[in-house]
Design a protein around this ligand. Sequence first.
Ligand code: GLY
Length: 385
Amino acid sequence: MSRTSDVLVVGGGIIGLVTAWRAAQRGLATALVDPEPGGGAARVAAGMLAAVTELHYGEQTLLGLNLASARRYPEFAAELTGASGEDLGYRRCGTLAVALDADDRALLRELHSLQRASGLESEWLSGRECRRLEPMLAPGVRGGLRVDGDHQVDPRRLARALVVACERAGVVFHRIWAERLEVVGDRAAGVVATDGTVFTAGQVVLAGGSLSGRLAGVPEEVLPPVRPVKGQVVRLTVPRPYAPFLSRTVRAVVRGSQVYLVPRENGELVVGATSEELGWDTTVTAGGVYQLLRDAHDLVPGITELPFTETRAGLRPGSPDNAPLLGPTALPGLLLATGHYRNGVLLTPVTGDVLAHVLTTGELPDEARPFSPQRFSAARTEQPV
Ligand code: GLY
């Protein structure tokens, strides 16, 4: 059996969903194949919109895209809430990155210099000023960076809202795994599902997160170079009536590892995240949970009083340069929207806009040109000298 659409999105995480929603809004007959739309890494992610506090050396090009997406969030959240009737838990609460010892403080000073050199808003605070803002912080905090522009959203609500918005926009969901890309002549023409059903389409968007490189039938030269990077996350709850606990996201590098505490308005407190190169393993380990709670406790000792709600591990789709792969591949009819690594939630609005543009016009908008998947195909076909 064959079912046809203009666009077929492979993968129903937030990136696949936003692509399908925006494509359908532009009048394209759109289908999405995924056994469980709304699942994926968003189920684990904390939802920090941290363009400024997660800035890294060598990622200034990515910063431009991150900032473009952060700027779109207020309008995007309002539009998606209107389209779905779902509150996304979008919260403009700001972020405080703190240092616990002299080494951490040196690291944070470096980050502050990079932020200022990049024209970003970030204010250095003494330890006392940090604690005045967030009284639950440990007395030993040595200083910090106040970044009011780094916000948060609840990724589970975001995913739910996108599923509803897609349904209302007419996206057809095929709730099954895609097994193989169909290539007819020199074009991607659809996918074959695990039960043998063929879904054909004029354009296929591969948006499978960390699984994007695993679809059979994708020619080697266009296979996305995406790898899984495991993140373990713990969820706690601040009991009602909410005592003042944290009013914003608090984060630090403790003993060389990132830890962040993301407080939601509904009382959930998300503590994340490990970063582990362990292939497809999604085991929650005692060591991972211990590390997160130990580091979070160093920052905010009062967390030990909170009810423990959940632990989970997810897989970030890492790419060789930590930036996403957006747009057409060298195989006509096959596009990518993957490799978002640490920034999938942040990059959701801009990814939807970029993919909708390229699906309707055939052209990547200027802001997305540095993120063309073809930057990797070029490297692969270069001959060694
Ligand atoms: N952006 C947060 C993380 O990847 O852990």
